[in-house]
Write a new protein. Structure first.
Length: 510
């Protein structure tokens, strides 16, 4: 079924997608946004600590210092020109967010409040309590509504569509509500579908929706993927649930201590260093805790209210009085779809922004506070350039589907000799152990072989629910197949990188 045609089709309604939509619309393009979930549930809302910008509101700072910190955190694997663009645009990005209504926390003289996050040489992260990403996301959504940008929810990306010249010109979509397959035609497509940390299953801070669907679809359409081995592990997730405890808790003065009550690392070192330090203590048999008790109840309730609520809800501890049990888990994926300095992929007509894209600004380890900045700076770039491309390529063309009929529900049903949900959980544990914080070549090879074996048995897995309407079993099986593609790419990329750096820390090469 061929649905509405637009100049720019944006897939994903998190921060990057909504920023792209606003800028494409402002350029005069007709815009349609489709999303797997609902915009206000996007992963952007989990970015709690802040958005980096060298404003100097809480201490001396500069754009050059921001660039230097970012390049250092990236372990020399970021593209300096892209980093310089992002950091230089940061003050304008925050000014724009402020102008559209993001309710940043304020200093006594009404300036935007800033705090220090790991790896930063100054208090640079502009924040809204510990709800920064959520408040940015909700404000962007409200702005899109006021601009009458159409957003269609519960639409699952199956494949990108190409014309007879090999240019991307739309997308094949599963309407989750009805189970119907729909084709959306457009002159340009922007992918803003997020990362793939959920391949680590319960060992991830991310939403269950972070399954790498857009990255897998882009790869099948011919787009290049780069640096897929770089997966950042956040040092402080709640031990039993993997719920994120923001870096802002350490930025405001929280301590990391072991079972003996000893501090054992610099809490504000880059995330890869802190995660490895915690992992080393855990391997010694230590339990690890985040201690913010000394900050006091008034400060915690004012500045870190979400961290207190999450600790109470998921660990039954009150951080005003108790230690918070934590462990590092997969949090952010630096790898993704290769894009150039216009946010264009290697396939004509296809643009990408946000965590699914690799603008080479994070290298081997992302600096805390740069993810929200990235979605604003490069979301804008992707939206503007997609609109420009659409205006310059307005001729009609025939759709050529990328793939066949694997999205036929009946063909996905099987005897289910193997439960793919159990396999998905097993892969999460396998990757956490073998493709995790500290890696060995032999363990990476074991993971690679196991993924190959699982893929060879895919025909023994399938969908048991035969209904078309809201068939979550079907959607989750499609996600599982994308996750297998991503897993294979991550481990093969890890084996190809014969060096130890940042999030790819090789114990037998260090």
């Amino acid at each position: 079924m061929l649905r509405d045609k637009s100049d720019v089709l944006i897939i994903g309604a998190g921060g990057a997608g909504l920023v792209a939509a606003l800028n494409a619309k402002e350029s005069g393009a007709s815009v349609l946004v489709i999303t797997k979930e609902y915009p206000t549930r996007s992963q952007t809302c989990m970015a709690q600590g802040g958005i980096n910008a060298a404003l100097g509101n809480a201490g001396e700072d500069s754009v050059e210092a921001h660039i230097k910190n970012t390049l250092k955190s990236a372990h020399g694997l970021a593209k300096e020109e892209a980093v310089r663009l992002m950091c230089s645009e940061a003050p304008n990005a925050v000014k724009w967010l402020d102008s559209i209504g993001v309710c940043f926390s304020r200093t006594k003289d009404a300036k935007i409040a800033q705090r220090t996050l790991g790896g930063a040489s100054a208090p640079r992260a502009c924040y809204a309590q510990d709800y920064t990403g959520l408040k940015i996301l909700h404000t962007l959504y409200d702005k899109c509504m006021s601009e009458e940008i159409e957003i269609l929810s519960e639409k699952y990306l199956l494949e990108l569509l190409k014309d007879e010249n090999g240019c991307v010109c739309g997308a094949k979509i599963l309407d989750i509500r009805s189970g119907e397959i729909e084709n959306y035609k457009s002159r340009a497509v922007v992918l803003a579908t997020g990362g793939y940390s959920r391949i680590y299953d319960k060992n991830s801070t991310n939403s269950t929706a972070s399954t790498g669907d857009g990255i897998a679809a882009a790869s099948r359409a011919g787009a290049s993927l780069v640096d897929m081995e770089f997966v950042q592990f956040h040092p402080t997730a709640l031990k039993n649930s993997s719920i994120l405890i923001s870096e802002s808790a350490r930025g405001e003065g929280g301590y990391l201590i072991n079972s003996k009550g000893e501090r054992f690392t610099n809490e504000l070192a880059p995330r890869d260093e802190v995660s490895r330090a915690i992992n080393e203590e855990i391997l010694k048999g230590e339990d690890i805790f985040l201690d913010i008790r000394h900050l006091g109840e008034e400060f915690i309730e004012e500045g870190l209210p979400q961290e207190r609520k999450l600790s109470k809800l998921y660990e039954n501890v009150d951080p005003v009085h108790d230690l918070i049990p934590i462990r590092p888990v997969a949090h952010y994926t630096m790898g993704g779809i290769e894009v150039d300095d216009s946010s264009s992929t290697t396939v004509k007509g296809l643009f990408a922004a946000g965590e699914c894209a690799n603008h080479r600004v994070h290298g081997a380890n992302r600096l805390g506070g740069n993810s929200l900045l990235e979605i604003v700076v490069f979301g804008k770039q992707a939206g503007l350039n997609a609109a420009k491309y659409a205006a310059e390529n307005s001729s009609e063309s025939e759709l050529q589907e990328v793939s066949g009929s694997i999205y036929n529900l009946e063909e996905q049903q099987s005897e289910n000799e193997i439960d793919f949900y159990e396999v998905r959980e097993h892969i999460g544990d396998l990757f956490y152990k073998n493709v995790g914080i500290v890696r060995k070549k032999s363990e990476l090879q074991m993971a690679q072989e196991e993924i190959k074996e699982i893929k060879s048995k895919l025909h023994l897995m399938g969908v048991s629910d035969s209904s078309k309407v809201y068939n979550s079993n079907f959607v989750e099986f499609l996600e599982f197949q994308n996750m297998l593609e991503i897993c294979e790419n991550v481990v093969s990329s890890a084996l190809k990188r014969d060096e130890s750096c940042g999030a790819h820390y090789m114990e037998d090469l260090s």
